[in-house]
Design a protein around this ligand. Structure first.
Ligand code: FRU
Length: 499
């Protein structure tokens, strides 16, 4: 008789296995961190990664996220849950999905949601590990009703195992409806270890059959070994696919992180499994951005949250037993064949008091403002004659995050080397993007204790980055090697939700 023993490691524990007071102690330890964001969704303790199941459902915004409770490592993933009436003040709810079943024995991995007949269907991947190297995956369903009660579906797993021709890396379901039929996109790895997106179909969103692989016409290099977290939506009459490929080669001004996020514009013919590509680009140029998801907001707008983090990197907050946060919600649009990202309009509700001033810079000059650690900054620069100019955030005598515009290179760079708490240096301290720099530039920045989200030229280029500054590093400097005029508004944002 064969005896099957379940593969175990200390990191494969759920909250139900917590020792007495263990969770309370973890909570206490990370509660007083000066780096905990004020208005960005973050974990109380433990590690957060991808946003999951995003929805505006039954009059409230729901955000679920990947969560490992017992410290800052990628262990047994749960779905944590927060909700909000206004998209800016968030409330924690009980853990939505705890992986205690055979079919999700090593984690409830990422997935998306879809509202069906007044209930929110939460699709996720049940991760299965046989040993340290070998794995499989089941696709699973949990359903949240209007009272907020969540139950795992009785026929789970709704898809057992992976189709022939693929490795155990098949995950992150995205379900949508088209012409009365449901389709599920999954990130996958072919048996030859290259990345793909595969598709299942269904009449009732519960019983699924394998349809095939999406022909993406993307010409991804063979080094691309996995496509994670596919998302699909229509925007301004175009089909958009957002995906997180792993194993891309870095380019001069793109894909400079270990893992990256790409969006693809074109035309999806799901019936024939083709995506005709008109263009594709990197979505965010910062150091910490991965596995984003989108959903439809209150007014039909397309909203996005991303994970403001990166795998395989140790972050300074790890020693406080918590890690990562999400981006602020962003509203997407397509302008001149590119996705632009703007902070969701709801974020204006966070503004408390504001200050404004003119900026007049000469060669070599700097203008200084004392700053704080939770603010929104809007800067508009005109009559730029300077060759290089920019802005330092989290600035003090010894630290600063430097955003520098270079006119002759027609590029913008972000450098985070200048901090006592350096991290991620193995992948470089600088990120860059091409940018058409004329006589005017506008910049909108959201700073929240240990994160800066920088939107340039109305969201044409966005950098999402974490930094872990000293408590004194709160200053803002605008610098220039030539003449420029402009003005800024700084809004103090005083929200402290999800303590
Ligand atoms: C992306 C990812 C997903 C997976 C999840 C596990 O960051 O690797 O592919 O479902 O994280 O936490």
């Amino acid at each position: 008789m064969m005896i099957l023993t379940r593969y175990t490691e200390p990191k494969y524990r759920t909250i139900h296995d917590a020792k007495e007071n263990e969770l309370e102690l973890l909570k206490e330890k990370s509660a007083n961190s000066a780096w905990k964001p004020g208005y960005h969704i973050h974990p109380g303790y433990g590690l957060m990664n991808d946003p999951n199941g995003l929805a505006y459902f039954n009059g409230e915004f729901h955000v679920f996220y990947q969560w490992y409770p017992f410290g800052a490592i990628h262990g047994m993933k749960h779905w944590a849950h927060v909700k909000s009436a206004d998209l800016v003040n968030w409330e924690r709810l009980p853990t939505a999905i705890v992986p205690v079943e055979e079919y999700d024995s090593h984690g409830a991995y990422s997935g998306a949601s879809l509202e069906i007949e007044g209930e929110l269907y939460l699709y996720y991947t049940g991760n299965i590990k046989y040993n340290a190297e070998e794995r499989s995956a089941n696709q699973c369903l949990a359903i949240m009703d209007k009272n907020g009660d969540i139950r795992k579906h009785e026929t789970n797993p709704i898809i057992k195992g992976v189709p022939v021709g693929y490795t155990g890396h098949v995950r992150d379901p995205k379900v949508f409806k088209k012409d009365d039929r449901y389709y599920m996109l999954l990130g996958a790895q072919r048996s030859n270890l290259t990345g793909a997106i595969i598709v299942y179909e269904s009449n009732d969103a519960r019983n699924w059959t394998f349809k095939g692989e999406l022909d993406l016409e993307l010409d991804l290099p063979d080094s691309c070994y996995m496509l994670e977290c596919p998302d699909y939506f229509e925007l301004n009459g175009q089909d958009v696919l957002v995906v997180s490929p792993q194993g891309l080669e870095a380019e001069e001004h793109a894909y400079q992180n270990l893992y990256n996020v790409m969006y693809v514009l074109g035309e999806l013919d799901i019936e024939h499994l083709t995506f005709k590509v008109s263009s594709h680009h990197e979505l965010d140029k910062g150091f910490d951005f991965y596995a984003p998801q989108t959903f439809e907001g209150k007014n039909g707008e397309r909203l996005l949250f991303g994970w403001a983090g990166m795998g395989e990197i140790d972050y300074p907050s790890d020693k406080e037993d918590w890690a990562h946060c999400l981006t602020t919600p962003r509203e997407l649009d397509i302008v001149n064949g590119r996705i632009i990202q703007k902070p969701a309009r709801e974020l204006k509700k966070l503004r408390k008091h504001s200050e404004s001033a003119e900026l007049r810079l000469e060669d070599g000059s700097k203008e200084w403002s004392p700053g704080s650690v939770q603010y929104e900054l809007e800067i508009s620069l005109q009559s730029i004659e300077a060759g290089t100019f920019g802005i330092e955030l989290f600035a003090s005598e010894t630290e600063s995050l430097v955003l520098e515009f270079n006119r002759s290179a027609q590029a913008v760079t972000l450098n985070r080397e200048n901090f006592k708490e350096k991290f991620g240096g193995e992948h470089g301290f600088e990120r860059s993007s091409k940018l058409t720099i004329g006589e005017t530039v506008n910049i909108q920045i959201f700073v929240d204790r240990s994160i800066a989200e920088i939107f340039i030229n109305d969201g044409a280029v966005v950098f999402t980055s974490r930094v872990f500054p000293d408590v004194e590093s709160t200053g803002i400097n605008v610098f220039s090697d030539g003449k420029l005029n402009g003005s800024y508004h700084r809004h103090e944002l005083s929200c402290r939700s999800l303590l």
